[in-house]
Design a protein around this ligand. Structure first.
Ligand SMILES: CC(C)(COP(=O)(O)OP(=O)(O)OC[C@H]1O[C@@H](n2cnc3c(N)ncnc32)[C@H](O)[C@@H]1OP(=O)(O)O)[C@@H](O)C(=O)NCCC(=O)NCCS
Length: 365
């Protein structure tokens, strides 16, 4: 789940084998799966290289945590999520596959969220199945009863032919939600931005736009935390079984600290209603370790304030603020559920173009 979302539930009645008992066993090479200690820099470096090579193969300009960002993610305090990296090592001692399993700690306590990556040269020998077996084992040990994963499919590729889709299907997962990743090239033509800002102002003029970079100002923190939690309830999640996240100021500050430690600068614009309440917000992250890129994170307009073109107003203002502060940024990635018409319309108007589909697959254990 990233910014917004779709459905496309497909069932696979005749395929739900246990891990290691069929799928991938045909040409199985012996591999050992073991947990990686985040404090071990050399091991994390090997983990990251293989994880990245597996997950991002075949994607255009793929978005991913850098090694430096991953190290922080696995080492920094996070009272909402526990993350465990793991690797598959073959008989020669080479890392041939890697994964990560996440255990939400505040809500979604039924869930284990995971990703598995096997570089193309090591595929179809049972490595993915062995890694998945580890996920199932860890999920069961933690009392989790539902598994959730993502598969990224390049635009224009028939989904049924994509390895991750075939793998998820054979393991008994069903497709619950599809988001599309779109990318915007920067800078956006200033005249185009001014035209869009003018169009939004026709209906959004009662609202004041406030932008900042870095942590949320104290005066807005409580309301802002509430808006952050609302995204998981309001963004369309298709048939995903995912509970609403509950955010308070402590969670917000922890997330901001972690993001800053990762070397990412946040650019946020909020819309303030005449009575002082926050009507909506949008947020961009600019990673120090990936110069030239930015990522669109949440955008949300409170239900009571929809229909005022605030989505457009917020995004135009935030894009302008980003380009002024970081003229070196040439592209922004965003994710939207395919059925999220209003958000997609805003992004298309801004000039975002489709890169790939991010499918969310889930199964009960
Ligand atoms: C999906 C992925 C992890 C599979 O890794 P792998 O080591 O090739 O997996 P296995 O060898 O254990 O394959 C298990 C079964 O999945 C199915 N499968 C895997 N890749 C397939 C493909 N390209 N076409 C058809 N079926 C495929 C097969 O049924 C296979 O069993 P078989 O080889 O006996 O026919 C790997 O392709 C990958 O890293 N993809 C990119 C990331 C991703 O999508 N991860 C999955 C979600 S976390």
């Amino acid at each position: 789940m990233r910014e917004d979302n779709d459905v496309g539930l497909q069932t696979n009645p005749d395929a739900s084998p246990e891990p290691g008992n069929g799928a991938g066993a045909r040409n199985a090479a012996p591999v050992n799966v073991s947990v990686v200690d985040p404090a071990d820099e050399t091991a994390m470096r090997r983990w990251h290289a293989v994880f990245h090579a597996g997950l991002m193969a075949g994607l255009q300009d793929p978005p991913a945590w850098t090694l430096q960002e991953s190290l922080v993610l696995h080492r920094a305090a996070d009272s909402s999520m526990r993350r465990e990296p793991f690797v598959a090592v073959d008989g020669n001692g080479d890392v041939v596959g890697a994964g990560e399993v996440q255990f939400p700690l505040r809500e979604n306590l039924r869930l284990a969220i995971f990703e598995i990556g096997v570089p193309p040269e090591h595929r179809r020998r049972g490595v993915g199945s062995a890694l998945y077996g580890h996920v199932v084992e860890r999920a069961r040990a933690e009392g989790r009863i539902s598994l959730l994963t993502e598969v990224n499919v390049p635009d224009g590729t028939p989904h049924e032919e994509w390895p991750g889709v075939a793998f998820a299907r054979i393991l008994g997962f069903t497709l619950r939600n599809t988001e599309l990743r779109r990318q915007l090239r920067l800078p956006v033509e200033p005249l185009h931005l001014r035209t869009l800002a003018g169009k939004a102002a026709q209906r959004a003029s009662d609202y004041r736009l406030v932008s900042w970079s870095g942590p949320c100002p104290a005066e807005y923190a409580e309301q802002y935390a509430e808006l952050k939690g609302r995204l998981s309830a309001d963004a369309p999640l298709g048939d995903l079984d995912y509970e609403q996240e509950v955010w308070d100021v402590a969670r917000l500050r922890e997330a901001e600290d972690r993001t800053a430690a990762q070397g990412r600068t946040l650019f946020t614009t909020v819309a303030v209603a005449p009575d002082g309440t926050l009507a909506g917000h949008t947020q961009l992250a600019v990673p120090r370790h990936e110069p030239g890129r930015a990522y669109q994170w949440d955008t949300l307009v409170h239900a009571a304030h929809r229909g005022h073109r605030l989505g457009l107003a917020l995004k135009v203002a935030n894009t302008q603020a980003l380009s002024e502060a970081h003229p070196e940024v040439t592209r922004v990635d965003t994710w939207n559920a395919v059925q999220n018409g209003p958000m997609v319309a805003v992004n298309v108007e801004l000039g975002y173009r489709i890169m790939d589909a991010c499918q969310e697959w889930q199964r009960e254990l």
